[in-house]
Design a protein around this ligand. Structure first.
Ligand code: 5GP
Ligand code: ZN
Length: 111
């Protein structure tokens, strides 16, 4: 738990948030500034700065499992996942999160 981190506060219940899904070590909630009709954030409860420092195999699986469980719960089978890693890649919140977006067509290659 990092007291200066907004996602630590959300994931650990200090900021009341409706979770779309949660498991032992992962929460899923809606992005405050959605870039698609559905825009979820899949977030470990532990403060992990970004993907470069994720080294827990079980948690890695739990994150992927949470993507599947949350989308299934919402009846979604087509979606895009994004992990911004580092400032130049667009990371603004330095607590690992997977963006899961759905409900519109997405361009590829991404800009
Ligand atoms: P990043 O740019 O780090 O990959 O993504 C951070 C995301 O977190 C952004 O899409 C932003 O809208 C979202 N976000 C930032 N602060 C909050 C918050 O307090 N609540 C929620 N639900 N989302 C947030
Ligand atoms: Zn954090």
């Amino acid at each position: 738990m990092n007291n200066n981190c907004i996602f630590c506060k959300i994931a650990n219940g200090q900021i009341p948030t409706d979770f779309v899904y949660q498991s032992s070590n992962v929460v899923v909630f809606k992005d405050i500034n959605p870039q698609a009709p559905v825009h979820l954030l899949v977030v470990p409860k532990a403060h992990i700065e970004n993907l470069n420092v994720l080294n827990d195999k079980e948690l890695s699986f739990e994150l992927f499992d949470a993507i599947k469980a949350a989308t299934k719960k919402l009846g979604i089978s087509e979606y895009r996942c994004v992990i911004n890693t580092g400032r130049s890649a667009g990371q603004e919140v330095f607590h690992l999160h997977i963006h899961v977006m759905a409900g519109r067509d997405f361009l590829w290659p991404a800009g």
